[in-house]
Design a protein around this ligand. Structure first.
Ligand code: OGA
Ligand code: NI
Length: 361
């Protein structure tokens, strides 16, 4: 959801005669005879990157059902685990969350159908304006884009007001139900996180005006790529809101940064992948870091992922919680900023946190 933060290799664009000028990554892949990627997709990975696999490091798993099992000891144990996961990883897999598997499958299938609509019907929603309630985008806009990624996407504003394309049939209903359910899970997690930060459970709800909280539903399509090692689905970035919940269609591709290395995430079936985002970092005064992540692509299968980003209300001015600031030992590390203004910074290309993070003295 954030702008690119890594360096890309930009070489001269090649024109493929089979590809119409206004196109999508999907159309590019479906065009005849694509055996190598156009050079303007080439992506240089950072030289210091290495793919991590320290066997002692395993991605944390949180059992959501234990939060409300009625056993207070169990709840406080899970809250401690969440605290540890947020501090050490900024990421965890959430199991037993109660959102039906059938709904998760249905929303993924609905997104697949949306991406299969004729190009013109999707292009109707093509816009660079991040405030448009429905946005379709692709890595292939040769005229205006500087960087190219192996991804098509559709994003809708889902809360406080719900929007959705009316096609394909039934899509809007299933997206709305999915957004509602994933928001309920998020609200419960934010209660637990309020407690893990030492507050009462409604602290974040009140401080961030979650009644009018900003929720975005973002579906990503990563078609198979003939040269996956040269392309990137989404470059390394952090998300803007408080918490993002992600699901995928069983095809991996998400990588998260941990201790300076990239971890490939193989999610447990039917789990939510949860990551802490910029505004939880700000609110917690840096106790929880907004995790860097990216999506890589593969040569065999189409990957679909769905991220629901859950943030404060647009008019909330977010700053480190006063209770977590101690001018002597732990001074405020971020300046206050209204969430809406922070979102507008997306257009400037540099990561949002760099605008609000104070230099360490
Ligand atoms: C995003 C995102 C990762 C993925 O949409 O912000 O990080 O695996 N997606 O698709
Ligand atoms: Ni993201």
């Amino acid at each position: 959801m954030a702008p690119p933060t890594e360096v890309l290799v930009q070489t001269s664009p090649e024109t493929n005669p089979h590809v119409p000028k206004r196109t999508t990554v999907k159309a590019l892949v479906e065009s005849d005879g694509l055996t190598s990627i156009p050079s303007n997709y080439s992506y240089a990975t950072h030289p210091n990157e290495s793919d991590a696999s320290d066997p002692n490091d395993t991605i944390p798993t949180i059992d959501f059902s234990l939060l409300n099992s009625g056993d207070p000891h169990q709840r406080s144990k899970v809250i401690q685990d969440i605290d540890k996961a947020c501090q050490e990883w900024g990421f965890f897999m959430l199991v037993n969350h109660g959102v039906p598997e059938t709904l998760m499958k249905a929303v993924l299938a609905g997104c697949n159908e949306f991406f299969n609509l004729p190009m013109e019907e999707k292009m109707e929603f093509a816009t660079k304006d991040i405030w448009k309630p429905i946005r379709f985008g692709t890595g292939v806009d040769i005229k205006v884009e500087k960087f190219f990624f192996w991804r098509d996407f559709v994003k809708v504003i889902a809360h406080p007001e719900f929007h959705c394309p009316s096609k394909p049939q039934g899509f809007s209903e299933v997206v709305q139900e999915y957004c509602k359910r994933s928001r309920e899970v998020t609200m419960e997690l934010l209660k637990a996180i309020s407690e893990s930060l030492g507050f009462e459970e409604n602290y974040i709800d009140k401080a961030m005006n979650l009644k009018s909280g900003w929720q975005i539903f973002a579906a990503n399509l990563y078609p198979p790529c003939p040269q996956p090692e040269l392309a990137m689905g989404i470059p390394a970035h952090t998300d803007h809101g408080l918490l993002t919940l992600l699901i995928e269609n069983g095809i991996g591709g998400l990588q998260i940064q941990h201790n300076g290395k990239w971890f490939h995430v193989n999610p447990l079936p039917n789990s939510f992948l949860v990551n802490t985002a910029d505004h939880l970092e700000i609110l917690s005064n840096g106790r929880y870091k907004s995790i860097m992540h990216r999506a890589v692509v593969n040569s065999k299968s189409t990957r679909i992922s769905i991220a629901t980003a859950n943030g404060p209300s647009l008019d909330t001015t977010v700053c480190p919680a006063l209770e977590l600031v101690d001018n002597e030992n732990r001074p405020a590390a971020y300046i206050p900023m209204k969430y809406k203004d922070y979102m507008d910074l997306q257009l400037e290309g540099k990561p949002g946190l760099e605008h609000v993070r104070l230099p360490v003295v």
